[in-house]
Design a protein. Structure first.
Length: 351
């Protein structure tokens, strides 16, 4: 009987030890593979896997995001799931709150990144600024895009000069794959440009005597002159076309601001008007060498469909409503300009 009792006790001890070991192993397994690692804060930001990444690169990316507790264990998990080589798909991945490292690896291995992202830019004054805005949601960073689009050879490749190349980029929201590189982005913009400039628009440009790039350049000026009240842009376009036909200088304040390069100027002064730059339309006749911003499609259409008027002059209205006071004679314009200057002085806007 005693031997049996001892045997039973030993069995119980062994069972308890095995149970404890099993529970410990299960707890270890849970903690390292199935415990939640993605917090609500982590889920807000996408996880980016760059093109050409290896499994080791992904492990580093996961560790940097705080998703890896023990690198060796996570590495073994990835190897067990054969997450290497061609299985490592680049992309922008959205993680969900509460995901475990096992779920994260499954998500990445399945190539479940977002197929499409938005490339959005509404305004930009320079190619470098455009690169920063356009690259926010694609793999190519702003430096890569800027290096390509500011290269004169790239502009020539697409039929533009360095000054007019800005007109090829039409502000809008475009859907694209995240792993878009700089060259693919430019190619996409070239296709969008060709699609926008259909036969009807090309014919309208011909009728007003401007090339496509010249239309974009004038549209950029019209847009800069009227940012608050876009319904007024066709009127402004008609005015500038009248001045071009008469051989008058455009005398557009936004071109002076662009020429000077100080975009904090609130009031254009005589010292700015004499600044020597081909973009200064107070100093040089005709259109400047290229756009002073990326004009919106609606601004281009305003130039292609101008209001038929006899206006030659304009200045901002003294009531600061965002509209302009238009004039056909210099005397009328001088009165409007005097009223606006008085309003600026009353508001103590001197520069």
């Amino acid at each position: 009987m005693r031997k049996k009792r001892k045997s039973v006790k030993r069995g119980i001890v062994v069972f308890v030890v095995l149970l404890v070991l099993a529970l410990a192993a299960g707890y270890h397994l849970y903690q390292n593979y199935f415990a939640p690692v993605v917090s609500a804060e982590m889920a807000k930001e996408p996880l980016y896997i760059p093109t050409g990444s290896s499994a080791d690169d992904v492990l580093i990316i996961l560790a940097d995001r705080g998703l890896v507790k023990q690198a060796k264990i996570t590495s073994k998990l990835m190897k067990r799931k054969n997450y290497a080589g061609a299985k490592v798909e680049p992309g922008m991945y959205r993680l969900r709150e509460g995901m475990s490292i096992n779920a994260v690896v499954n998500h990445l291995r399945g190539g479940l990144g977002e197929e499409n992202v938005n490339i959005t830019f509404n305004s930009a004054r320079t190619l470098a600024e455009l690169a920063g805005k356009a690259s926010r949601n694609i793999e190519a960073d702003s430096a890569m895009v800027a290096a390509l689009i500011t290269n004169p050879e790239t502009a020539r490749k697409y039929g533009f000069s360095g000054e007019t190349f800005l007109s090829m980029f039409l502000p809008d929201t475009y859907y694209s794959e995240w792993d878009t590189d700089a060259e693919a982005f430019v190619q996409r913009m070239a296709r969008e440009y060709k699609q926008f400039w259909n036969e009807e628009r090309i014919e309208k440009a011909r009728k007003i005597g401007l090339s496509q790039s010249e239309v974009s350049t004038l549209a950029s000026i019209v847009q800069a002159e009227q940012q608050l009240r876009p319904e007024e842009r066709p009127v402004i376009a008609g005015l500038y076309l009248n001045r071009l036909r008469r051989g008058m200088k455009l005398q557009s304040d936004p071109t002076v601001v662009f020429a000077v390069g100080d975009f904090n100027i609130n009031r254009v002064l005589n010292v700015h008007l004499v600044h020597n730059s081909p973009y200064n339309t107070y100093k040089y006749s005709g259109l400047p060498p290229g756009p002073i911003n990326v004009p919106q499609k609606s601004s281009i259409d305003a130039v292609l469909n101008p209001d038929k008027n006899n206006y030659l002059f304009m200045c901002a209205k003294a009531d600061f409503t965002g509209y302009h006071a238009f004039a056909t004679t210099l005397a009328e314009h001088n009165r409007n300009a005097a009223a606006y200057r008085k309003a600026l002085n009353e508001r103590k806007i001197y520069r």
